[in-house]
Design a binder for this molecule. Sequence first.
Ligand SMILES: C[S@@+](CC[C@H](N)C(=O)[O-])C[C@H]1O[C@@H](n2cnc3c(N)ncnc32)[C@H](O)[C@@H]1O
Length: 193
Amino acid sequence: MRLSPREFRGMNNPVRRLVQRRIEFPQFKGLGLDASDKDVLEVGCGSGYGAVLLSTQGPRSYHGIDLMSEQIALTGRWDLPSARFSVMDASRLDAFATESFDLAVVFGILHHIPRWREVLAEAHRVLRPAGQLFIEEPDMRAIRVWDRVLHWGHPADGAFSLEHLEEEIERLGFAIGASRRFRWVGWYRADRR
Ligand SMILES: C[S@@+](CC[C@H](N)C(=O)[O-])C[C@H]1O[C@@H](n2cnc3c(N)ncnc32)[C@H](O)[C@@H]1O
């Protein structure tokens, strides 16, 4: 689902990038994220700052996808000549062959997508055996509080708890290899079996 104008502004500013750089990316690294020599897909890459962070690890390739062309248009500001960005719906990754990536990374997008289970299933499909999916997501209780305070307008459809997310990750055939939780936000490394 497209971001509201308020959330679009909230996602595209130096404070958001600081949080992603200083908190979220280190959490993933603590769970074992290592993109070096890997083919990396970022699902819901927004304006591309995740690509900047992942590129510091020297991936073999990086492809970021996002539903909003306005987000993809902003990726041009980064000096990342080998990174690719495409407008695409994360629940239909038809453009990618089965088992074509080593790593898939999600910085907080599933709570925008009522069909989030299909996004996870597609990530599972495009990952190679032993591929890894890194997910950061807030629990639906956090979303409710944020929306009351910030009026970002997340979809109520498909809202999920972290327990539901964990169940779905495992139901799809991933093993949760490592995880961390801080209050209502979870970070996961899901290993494709
Ligand atoms: C909260 S923002 C996070 C953006 C970026 N990952 C970050 O951490 O700054 C959620 C992103 O998910 C994207 N999005 C929402 N629904 C989507 C879908 N069905 N497929 C792909 N991207 C989607 C939005 O356009 C937005 O860029």
